[in-house]
Design a protein around this ligand. Sequence first.
Ligand code: BTN
Length: 247
Amino acid sequence: MNKPMNIIKLSQVNSTNQYIKDHLIDLHDFDVVYTTKQTQGRGRRLHHWFSNEESLTFSLLLKLPIKKDIVQLMPFYSAFILREILKQYTEDIQIKWPNDILVQNKKLAGILIESVIQGQDIYIIIGIGININQNEFPANINDIAISLKHITKQTYQPFTLLKEIIRLFLDEFNGFISNPKTIMDYCQKNLAYKNQIVTFTNLDKSHIGRCKGINQLGHLIIDVDGQIQTFLNGDIEYIRPYKTKEL
Ligand code: BTN
């Protein structure tokens, strides 16, 4: 899509997703809201999203009419774009269903997609947080988060990275809409925990099974005791094999 980028820079905001929600009328299709200081960043399931000036935090607004089945695939499109950009800097990036980016089994980036329905219209807000230049994280996430700097020992310019991400997002968008299968195949290929034993939690019920991948609708496929089950929502956790201690 040959569209110029429109990036709105804010010196501070509670949440870039929330800012878009609060200014929906004034904002346009593909507008991006970017800040270096997000004070109340949100993650999925109302979790807090930690970010500081070493992070990249931004949200993108889609106002154009999009079919419901494509809206469901938006986390995968976003994950594809992030992986394609980040793989210039690091190897072995995996997509954790439905919308995390992992390296070394730790979270490098998270995606929060929210929708707002107004009358007949549905607006999509794609919020992205990437750990860029952090040397350390707060103790509660230290074991599960990783930054680009941790991996490569280099320092990056978050705004340069943002422009790369948005350019690719715009360029690949029409291709995704007309042929989402290519994106879904890409995500399947780079999915974390494929063929591994995982715990899957959905509606407060946990299942242990083998992750078989995702289908073309973006649903997770789990083999639970020989029965194939598919899930639209939920959380997946890898079960680390027990380490035996040598005596
Ligand atoms: C998750 O991993 O649960 C999703 C995290 C998404 C965080 C980003 S940071 C920019 C945007 N604004 C927010 O409040 N959240 C998203």
